[in-house]
Design a protein around this ligand. Structure first.
Ligand code: AMP
Length: 187
């Protein structure tokens, strides 16, 4: 099963995608994690991405599209994968729609986690205390929410029109939400 986990920053898509990864034994592919690892290792990609990420802006489309194209070609994606945080723009979604058929793949389900904005801000600031993510400061958090609204939110309609969107109320504890995901995607 090929899945996309989508939602505003702080909606819990990372946590939930890791649970499904273990349950279905398919890789979870987080562009955010891949980019953070590149920053850590000070690779060329990391150096390019850091400024965008720290400010809460999106990394250019061609960069993340390249990352995904390479990653889903790995053998471990043969039985399925979960995209966590990709696509985030219409251009990325179009690129995915082009590359998947070429590999004999398609997306089965797009899971969207719905969480009200005030709760998102609280969660991200809480996370910054625990994980110390450079982009979890108030200014960057606010910008990431704006970027989500303008660039990523339109993808909800895009996938709804394709009849593959599943909306999940993302308020509640991790287990409750994970049960809802299980019921909705049937796995
Ligand atoms: P995340 O861990 O998914 O919240 O992503 C953290 C940051 O990485 C984002 O604020 C962006 O700067 C960058 N990023 C992650 N995924 C993407 C993507 N699909 N397109 C552009 N930038 C991304």
């Amino acid at each position: 099963m090929n899945l996309i986990f989508m939602g505003p920053p702080g909606a819990g898509k990372g946590t939930q995608s890791k649970i499904v990864m273990n349950r279905l034994n398919i890789p979870q592919i987080s562009t955010g994690d891949i980019l953070r690892e590149s920053i850590e290792s000070q690779s060329e990609l990391g150096i390019k991405a850091k400024e965008y990420m720290d400010a809460g802006n999106l990394v250019p489309d061609e960069v993340v599209i390249g990352i995904i194209e390479e990653r889903i070609s790995n053998d471990d994606c043969e039985n399925g994968f979960i995209l966590d945080g990709f696509p985030r723009t219409t251009e990325q979604a179009n690129a995915l729609d082009k590359m998947l058929p070429q590999k004999g793949m398609k997306i089965n389900n797009v899971v969207y986690f719905d969480v009200p904005e005030n709760e998102l801000v609280e969660r991200m600031l809480e996370r910054s205390k625990k994980e110390g993510r450079a982009d979890d400061n108030l200014e960057s958090v606010k910008n990431r929410l704006e970027v989500f609204k303008s660039k990523t939110q339109p993808l909800i309609d895009y996938y709804e029109e394709k009849s593959i969107l599943t909306k999940i109320d993302g308020v509640g504890n991790i287990d409750e939400i994970s049960e809802k995901v299980k019921l909705k995607i049937g796995a």
